[in-house]
Design a protein around this ligand. Structure first.
Ligand code: NIG
Ligand code: FE
Length: 416
């Protein structure tokens, strides 16, 4: 067989191009009706009307996947998660329901600190098994590429353990996994009140090892009141950039600290959360082409006001959407929930949301040239929906409408 052809689709819908879409351009999707996609060696060869493909290719030489009456879209890129951790925080969730806040729980030694204690105690095999189960579940939602952060060790050994388990998963699991070093996720108890020394320690003893062993592509920091200041975040990220890491920031999640402005100043790849980003911060992101990664499932779980997606897009920002799946603020990798919140609560259009979760997500991982759209020359990561239009992604609220998940041209998952 020469490859695979997905044929007779009701439509193939995709953003187009090899880089992020900014502002209004996020609405521009290509839509071909009665379409087929030809795949060879895991790469897309051709996308065209079924009749045109049939006249150009001898389809008997291809494995055929029929998509009659179905919509075909790019695989989802979840560009922000903390999926690898030990233990759970169900009791904290209950406390939040009765009025405790995320930062109060963290300050009292719970929150990230609680997951750190569990993750330090969890063996590699167990972490691997937990990670694999979670990646399998994400795949069924149509997530074909996922980013994962360290940051539940906050000491050399456990940070490296998290990253090496992710490296093993990246090798073994068909889902594409991108690793981010987030040693500056919280101040570990051993360094309480000595944030500067903790940053010194990360810079001297952890970051260079992560680089040397090729364990992460990006470096991220929780830039927040009571966690790491703007100055501390800047110091860490400048050194990370020096070493060749792409930069990410958890910015303006709980307070308006100026994290978006810092992301602009550093020309980070992306700034995430942004619930309290200022007007100047939003301008700084647009001007410096920093991707604004929005995580509405977290705002929902914390019962916080949503990020100003409309004003970001209308100001010319490139918005990406991601799950932020983690054990505390958002135990969810549900794409249907994420899309419902993006469109119903943050007022994004269905077209913008699709771009945000495909091409712009890929751009937030420096992969827009290879991933995030259905075009000749891109990797064949695509989804066949149960219905004839991408609009069902939003219209069927909270329901997974993905039927087939194809990664690098291989059919990996079929949902009933
Ligand atoms: O993106 N804000 C910091 N980090 C995560 C939550 C991590 C956790 O609570 O375990 C976030 O919300
Ligand atoms: Fe996060």
């Amino acid at each position: 067989m020469k490859g695979v052809v997905i044929q007779n689709a009701a439509e193939v819908v995709t953003p187009v191009g090899g880089q992020a879409k900014f502002g209004r351009e996020m609405n521009d999707l290509s839509r071909i009706e009665h379409a087929s996609v030809v795949i060879e060696d895991g790469m897309i060869q051709a996308v065209d009307q079924t009749a045109v493909i049939a006249s150009r290719y001898d389809l008997r030489q291809y494995e055929r996947i029929d998509a009659a009456g179905q919509s075909v879209i790019p695989g989802f890129v979840d560009s922000h998660t903390h999926f690898l951790f030990g233990g759970y925080r169900a009791d904290e969730f209950m406390l939040r329901l009765t009025g405790s806040t995320y930062m109060e729980l963290m300050a009292a030694g719970g929150g990230i600190g609680s997951t750190v204690r569990h993750t330090r105690q969890t063996g590699r095999e167990e972490l691997y098994r937990l990670g694999k189960d979670r990646l399998d579940a994400m795949l069924a939602f149509g997530i074909t590429t996922v980013e994962g952060k360290s940051g539940y060790g906050l000491e050399r050994e456990t940070e490296l353990k998290q990253l090496t388990v992710m490296q093993a998963l990246a090798q073994d699991h068909p889902l594409e996994l991108v690793s981010t070093f987030m040693g500056a996720h919280a101040v570990p108890p051993e360094y309480r009140g000595r944030e500067e020394s903790y940053i010194d320690f990360l810079l001297a003893e952890v970051l260079p090892v992560v680089k040397e062993r090729g364990l992460a592509e990006f470096c991220d920091v929780f830039c927040e009141q009571g966690v790491f200041s703007l100055e501390q975040s800047r110091r860490l990220l400048l050194q990370a950039r020096e070493l060749g890491f792409g930069l990410k920031l958890h910015a303006d999640e709980i307070c308006s600290l100026g994290g978006a402005e810092l992301a602009g100043e550093l020309q980070a790849v992306s700034a995430e959360h942004l619930l309290h980003a200022s007007k100047d911060g939003i301008q700084a992101l647009a001007r410096n082409r920093v991707i604004a990664t929005l995580l509405p499932s977290t705002a929902f779980c914390l019962n916080e006001p949503f990020a100003a997606a409309r004003s970001m897009i209308d100001s010319g920002c490139a918005v990406a959407l991601a799950s932020d799946f983690n054990p505390g603020s958002c135990f969810s990798y549900s794409v249907p929930l994420l899309l419902a919140l993006a469109c119903i609560k943050m007022k994004m259009t269905a077209e913008e949301a699709l771009t945000a979760l495909t091409l712009n997500g890929a751009a937030a991982l420096n992969r827009a040239e290879r991933l995030g759209s259905i075009e000749p020359g891109k990797q064949a990561d695509l989804l066949i929906l149960k219905y004839p239009s991408y609009k069902f992604l939003i219209y069927h609220t909270g329901i997974n409408v993905v039927q087939k998940v194809i990664k690098k041209g291989c059919l990996l998952c079929t949902n009933r």
